[in-house]
Design a protein. Structure first.
Length: 82
């Protein structure tokens, strides 16, 4: 069965280029063997849902950037991990 996480890429600032994989709730997923483990309740089970969450987070990030918040500019996208 496929599962999806949100890939967050920082696009500006001090940490530009860093990539994180996020589970439900915005928790950072560990790399390596944990990503190869069986399905977790914190994974997205459909690509559509993962894309919807990524789109929502992109809009939220754009809003914070437009009001001059100190949030690092970040691009979110759905990514299949298994």
């Amino acid at each position: 069965m496929k599962r999806y996480l949100i890939k967050a890429t920082i696009t500006g600032g001090e940490h530009k280029g860093k990539i994180y994989l996020l589970r439900k709730g915005g928790y950072v997923a560990a790399r390596g063997s944990e990503l190869q483990s069986p399905l977790s309740a914190d994974d997205y089970y459909t690509e559509t849902r993962a894309k919807a969450v990524a789109t929502s987070w992109n809009k939220q990030n754009e809003f914070y950037q437009s009001i001059g918040s100190c949030v690092e500019p970040t691009k979110y996208e759905a990514m299949e991990v298994a």
